[in-house]
Write a protein that binds this ligand. Structure first.
Ligand SMILES: Cc1cc2nc3c(=O)[nH]c(=O)nc-3n(C[C@H](O)[C@H](O)[C@H](O)COP(=O)(O)OP(=O)(O)OC[C@H]3O[C@@H](n4cnc5c(N)ncnc54)[C@H](O)[C@@H]3O)c2cc1C
Length: 243
């Protein structure tokens, strides 16, 4: 947990932030920290040269290799009050950001699943076994149709969510439901695509391995399935199951 405490016109931040996207080269990072005195979450704009701020690139990722993720450490990192986000005063304000980013990651899942489906369909029409394209076998068509079903269902869900978002009506639980559902379906879809390619499915040159790996990251960040499930579960039952 990252904590902050106020000393006059300065805030002192201590803690760590793991996996922060693009933090390795960003000029500024937004850091959320819990105020030791009020217990409320506050947001800060922290520059890369700020004393007490350090970031290290996380190496050896198997997924989303195109993105750099950083491990940020904050050791008595001093930030002026002027660099505190003035309208972020509780976790409710942080949740407003998470609502938007969760919807965004749900779209990533749609794209990842669709990409895997399109590669698999093309492969199925080109790969010849027993004298004909494997796309002509019933069980291969079954995989393609399962994939298309997932892609279509998640696209339609996200279209509707996008409409609600545009109208300013999207709720936290709708974004969480979309993030959890679309990433589960994406993971299933890329698995079908990998299966369809047989042994060639594990060769990087056939692209499916990349979708399979990326689906794992998308599945876990911006709130795991468990956390998003607890948000939706609380909304539909009125009972919080958070520990
Ligand atoms: C590629 C990638 C990019 C990321 N980018 C960012 C970023 O830009 N900014 C940022 O702030 N974060 C980022 N993250 C962090 C990400 O949001 C967290 O990894 C994610 O929320 C899970 O937290 P954790 O890894 O600490 O897992 P843990 O909290 O250790 O959880 C491990 C498992 O236990 C389950 N679990 C934990 N607690 C509970 C509970 N109370 N009840 C039920 N189940 C529980 C989790 O659901 C999960 O399955 C990124 C992560 C990845 C992998």
């Amino acid at each position: 947990m990252t904590a902050c405490r106020r000393e006059g016109d300065t805030w002192v931040l201590n803690g760590e932030k793991k996996w922060i996207g693009n933090a390795t080269f960003a000029d500024i990072n937004i850091i959320w920290a819990r105020d030791e005195s009020s217990g409320q979450v506050k947001g800060f704009v922290v520059g890369k040269d700020n004393p007490g701020f350090a970031v290290k690139k996380i190496e050896h990722k198997m997924a989303l290799r195109v993105v750099q993720n950083g491990l940020i450490t904050l050791k008595d990192c001093r930030v002026p009050e002027a660099d505190r986000l003035q309208n972020a005063n509780s976790f409710r304000d942080t949740a407003n950001v998470l609502r938007m980013t969760r919807a965004g990651v749900a779209w990533f899942a749609v794209g990842c699943g669709r990409g895997a489906y399109e590669h698999a369909l093309r492969y199925a029409t080109q790969r010849i076994q027993f004298g004909k394209p494997i796309a002509g076998f019933q069980l291969v068509q079954d995989l393609l149709v399962r994939m298309l079903g997932n892609v279509t269902a998640t696209q339609c869900l996200m279209l509707r969510l996008g409409q609600l978002q545009t109208q300013g009506l999207m709720t936290d639980e709708q974004a969480s439901l979309a993030k959890a559902f679309c990433t589960v379906k994406c993971r299933e879809t890329v698995g079908y695509a990998r299966e369809l390619l047989g042994g060639n499915g594990i060769l990087l040159e056939n692209h499916i391995g990349r979708f399979v790996a990326d689906a794992e990251a998308i599945y876990s960040y911006e709130g795991t399935r468990e956390m998003n499930t607890l948000i939706v579960g609380k909304a539909i039952t009125g009972l919080s199951a958070f520990v």
